[in-house]
Write a protein that binds this ligand. Structure first.
Ligand code: AP5
Ligand code: MG
Length: 192
């Protein structure tokens, strides 16, 4: 089993690419953002508590997402590996993920970081706002806050992964297909 982090700021294409990569390489795709939005859509107590945090573009508490991921790791079978999208988001989450995987004889094998210019991120999210219905896409100030939260709380994970020799940078500019080809080439090497 291989474990890959798809990493990058809001709008960098993590979700778009993860869906395609999961299908191509038989990977199980886990997006904590999607899981949280499913809780909100289902009207659960957890969803109600998390929705105001998410609509401001702040991070939900570490323990909430760690529990969600732990459940998925134990219930997912019959795949070549995991693709984590939007998780981990803090160094604490990264430590916990590593511990969870180590306890099961696995590790984080690779971190693929999508690099996209700031203006392109904003442009993509404003376009998406029209169809997504995501409250955190509707307000340009919230988009900026998400990018700032990424820089302050999430980017430090890059250094953590660089020290472990698993960090790889990817050009996230271009068409969806071009970026998919780049990522596919990298995953083929990881699977060898
Ligand atoms: P999350 O759902 O993870 O959102 P995000 O990080 O803000 O990222 P996005 O989903 O907006 O972007 P993406 O990189 O997936 O890009 P996408 O492929 O969609 O998190 C939402 C919230 O949940 C957080 O703010 C936080 O509150 C909470 N949360 C989630 N996980 C958490 C965690 N672990 N800890 C704490 N809190 C957590 O692409 C964006 C758009 O661009 C799409 O419309 C797409 O069609 C388009 N697009 C993609 N690629 C291209 C391209 N190459 N060219 C043109 N358009 C493109
Ligand atoms: Mg996403």
């Amino acid at each position: 089993m291989i474990n890959i982090l798809i990493f990058g700021p809001p709008g960098s294409g993590k979700g778009t690419q993860s869906v395609k990569l999961a299908e191509k390489f038989n990977l199980s795709h886990h997006s904590t953002g999607d899981m949280l939005r499913a809780e909100i859509a289902a009207g659960t107590e957890l969803g109600k508590k998390m929705s105001s945090i998410m609509s401001k573009g702040e991070l939900v508490p570490d323990e909430v997402v760690i529990e969600m991921i732990a459940d998925k790791i134990d219930s997912t079978k019959g795949v070549a590996g995991f693709l984590f999208d939007g998780f981990p988001r803090t160094v604490v989450q990264t430590d916990e993920l590593e511990k969870m995987l180590n306890a099961r004889g696995m590790k984080i094998d690779s971190m693929l970081v999508l690099n996209v210019d700031h203006d392109e991120l904003v442009k993509r999210l404003i376009v998406r706002a029209e169809q997504s219905g995501r409250p955190d896409d509707m307000d340009p100030a919230v988009i900026e806050n998400r990018i700032n939260v990424y820089k302050a709380k999430t980017e430090p994970i890059i250094e953590y992964c660089r020290k472990r020799g698993i960090y790889q940078s990817v050009n996230g500019m271009g068409t969806i297909e071009e970026i998919f080809e780049r990522l596919s080439g990298m995953i083929k090497k990881i699977l060898k």
